[in-house]
Design a protein around this ligand. Structure first.
Ligand code: PLP
Length: 354
């Protein structure tokens, strides 16, 4: 793939690495490529990160034909930069695009685009502990026409931003509200894709949870509101009587890269992993009878997020005395150890960019 480069006159000032937060500071450049029905993918370019123009009738603004991905570039102690399983993000975007009737962006081009942009933005990959460069590939319809249809023009873009530890205070357990009314996904819908529309529909639940003093929502299945599925932007796992439980990937849950990696580690360590439907009643019961040992969310942004409290209607369960669990901590240390190159990568998950 030929990538055109448009240089920026003045580079931005880099933010303080100790106060990066999440998604606040965009780097100097972005990757852009266009697709049209007649010509396919064309004009790969890395250009200054700046606002783009869209025709107000653009399909995406009205009907949300948009998908996205999220991955990170990590700085190792030796100063090298590495990516973590980027092909999985590329493949998942193709799955999302198929469901939304959008053209596929080929896996090799996806990885090449990400690698090329990270190389250009090398100086933006932070060096402080727990920091990384968050990479956001996304794709959306650009065709100007108000009818609901499969658009004839799209843009694929990659932007990035240096990020700090997701939780500024360190990984402390969070309080989760089990949502018993609103739903996120149903079979046959778009729950298994990473598309903006899924999030638009989930914000109300998030607002409701925050009003009650909870930081995230645990979604139940959309048909019976009976089985636990996902937390906000994360997959969720439970350790009950020594075994691991997590929702199966069956059309409503997103196939997280972090989820897959954790399950690999857990199986490697000899844990019994149950990718089965777990009812909220059984979960709350386990919370009361003492068999619910650990609960944690998994996702690229936070890596792992221990859950200290679950509320379902009027029933409240405290998990592991509101402390991070031993296994949760071990998973966090191992996965981040591999990502930052501190632990040997026995699974071939990382790839060096520079
Ligand atoms: C992105 C996302 C996840 C986590 O996926 P990772 O690949 O681990 O980052 C989980 N659930 C939803 C709904 C998501 O959008």
């Amino acid at each position: 793939m030929d990538i055109r480069f448009v240089k920026r006159e003045v580079l931005k000032e880099k933010p303080d690495q100790k106060n990066l937060g999440f998604g606040k500071y965009m780097t100097d450049y972005m990757f852009v490529m266009d697709w049209t029905k007649d010509e396919g993918w064309k004009d790969a370019r890395i250009v200054p990160h700046e606002p783009i123009t869209l025709e107000p009738s653009c399909v995406t603004l009205h009907y949300a034909q948009e998908t996205f991905e999220g991955l990170k570039a990590y700085r190792t102690a030796e100063g090298k930069i590495q990516l973590f399983r980027p092909e999985m993000n590329a493949k998942r975007m193709i799955t999302s695009n198929e469901r939304l009737c959008m053209p596929a962006f080929p896996v090799d081009m996806f990885v090449e685009a990400v690698r090329a942009l990270v190389k250009v933005e090398e100086a933006w990959v932070p060096t402080e502990p727990e920091t990384s460069l968050y990479i956001r590939p996304f794709m959306f319809a650009t065709e100007a026409a108000l009818g609901v249809h499969m658009a004839s023009a799209y843009k694929f873009m990659v932007i990035c931003c240096p990020v700090g530890a997701y939780y500024a205070e360190g990984i402390n357990p969070v309080k989760i509200l089990v949502e018993d009314e609103l739903v996120r996904a149903v079979k046959g819908g778009t729950g298994f894709t990473k598309c903006g529309g899924n999030y638009a529909g989930s914000i109300l639940g998030q607002v409701k949870a925050e009003k009650m003093g909870y930081s995230q929502v645990l979604w139940l299945d959309g048909e019976q509101r009976k089985y636990v599925e996902e937390v906000g932007t994360m997959n969720i796992m439970f350790k009950i009587a020594g075994e691991i439980y997590t929702a199966p990937i069956e059309g409503t849950v997103l196939a997280g890269v972090t989820r897959d990696s954790m399950l690999h580690l857990l199986r490697d360590w000899g844990y019994k992993v149950n990718e089965t439907r777990l009812s909220i009643d059984d979960l709350m019961k386990a919370g009361h009878d003492g068999t619910l040992e650990e609960v944690f969310g998994t996702g690229t942004a936070a890596v792992i997020s221990p859950v200290g409290e679950l509320r379902y209607k009027d029933d409240v369960v405290t998990v592991n005395d509101f402390k991070i669990g031993e296994l949760t901590q071990k998973l966090y240390d191992t996965l981040t150890g591999i990502q930052w190159g501190k632990i040997e990568d026995r699974f071939g998950w990382t790839q060096e960019v520079k």
